[in-house]
Ligand binder design. Structure first.
Ligand code: 13P
Ligand code: SF4
Length: 371
């Protein structure tokens, strides 16, 4: 088998891959101490424990965006995924630098929409309706910066799982329809919760001409939902909820809105990762919760709540972790931080200025609505 030259070349991480987690811990602590206030580590709730413990601030996408925007730190190390680091770069000053410890930490849902297929959808819609007059484009924050820029340039906006309802209300005050990408489930669950019937929401299959829809379906639709989904949340099924209801009468079910419609309808509560944590942390002792979101968050919540007499159970019988969130390990974090100590910014995330300006416009609108 031929070996590519790049496979033989030394990697800057070579000195780190053999380090144990305990060795990394000590080196991360030392680098953090040396960098002091110059450094802010942001950690999403889905990060593994070995990394999560080093976050100065943890949160959901909305909270972490707002924290990045108000931070004065020279270096923001984002333990999360690529789109989150892009948002941090867009919302921070030019003299602040954002680092993603492993550049392979993407989001498979974000990859389901790209500028080429969203532009094509906009062009195809314009054969049937005038999208610039009648459609507000809304992108979930789980998307690349150029899609946020597309929304900024077309009278649209960004949303997160926390503010999707307020963002959709604003969107309908602007234009009569919404094109919502990339997560069909967040769009459908939010739209339905606002009283929009399922029949008024159509799914745009980006692999088919005209999204696989008829002219009439497009004209009648209130929300056009991109056919994207989260590979982690698609593992949760309504039968998991049904079994829990049988096994644990009086138990509570809480889910993330990236879950499918049936799972969300069967749940007692639906909300962002931050909402899930707040709700379960406020639960009465003796209660039992089935939680439909990523495993690292659920395991930590289980361990935190067990001594308080609150039982937390993961929704799926299978292990479902976000494999891209998992990419950020202590070795990458130690490398990124020690490089900063040595005066080298590695894995910097920099959004091209024109894209960043348009994306910021759409993000700022979202933050205004949320404030
Ligand atoms: P939150 O904003 O609710 O943390 O969700 C982010 C995410 O990617 C969930 O899969
Ligand atoms: Fe993306 Fe799903 Fe991972 Fe969230 S859990 S970052 S939506 S792949």
């Amino acid at each position: 088998m031929a070996v590519a030259l790049k496979d033989l070349a030394p990697s800057p991480l070579d000195g780190y891959t053999g380090l144990s987690d305990a060795e990394c811990d000590a080196r991360i602590r030392a680098a953090k101490a040396q960098l002091g206030d110059r450094l802010l580590i942001l950690g999403h709730h889905y990060q593994r424990d070995e990394v999560f413990q080093f976050a100065d601030i943890s949160g959901d996408s909305l909270k972490l965006s707002a924290e990045a925007a108000k931070s004065d730190a020279e270096f923001i190390v984002f333990c999360g995924v690529h789109f989150m680091a892009e948002v941090a770069d867009i919302l921070t000053r030019d003299d602040q630098q954002v680092v993603l410890p492993d550049l392979a930490a993407g989001c498979s849902m974000a990859d389901m929409a790209n500028l080429r297929n969203v532009r094509r959808a906009w062009d195809e819609l314009s054969q049937v309706i005038d999208p610039d007059e009648t459609v507000t484009p809304v992108t979930y924050i789980n998307s690349a910066a150029d899609l946020k820029a597309f929304c900024g340039d077309h009278g649209g906006i960004v949303c997160t799982s926390t503010n999707a309802k307020g963002v959709l209300e604003w969107s309908f005050s602007q234009r009569e329809k919404v094109l919502f990408f990339p997560d069909q489930h967040l769009g459908r669950n939010t739209g339905y919760g606002m009283g929009i019937p399922l029949d008024d929401m159509v799914t745009w299959d980006f692999d088919k001409p005209m999204g696989g829809l008829t002219e009439d379906e497009i004209k009648r639709a209130k929300i056009i939902l991109w056919k994207g989904f989260c590979s982690v949340h698609q593992m949760f099924m309504p039968q998991h909820v049904e079994k829990f209801r049988k096994d644990v009468p009086g138990g509570k079910v809480i889910s993330h809105p990236e879950n499918n419609f049936e799972v969300c309808q069967a749940s007692d509560y639906v909300g962002s990762t931050e909402f899930i944590l707040k709700t379960v942390r406020a639960a009465e002792p003796g209660t039992h919760w089935l939680v439909g979101t990523e495993l690292n968050l659920v395991n930590r919540l289980h361990d935190e709540m067990a001594p308080k007499g609150v039982k937390v159970q993961f929704m799926s019988p299978m292990v479902c972790m976000c494999s891209t969130m998992f990419r950020t390990d202590p070795q990458h974090l130690a490398w990124a931080l020690e490089s900063l100590v040595a005066g080298e910014v590695v894995n910097q995330i920099q959004v091209e200025p024109k894209t960043a300006a348009s994306a910021k416009y759409a993000l700022d609108k979202m933050l205004e609505i949320t404030a």
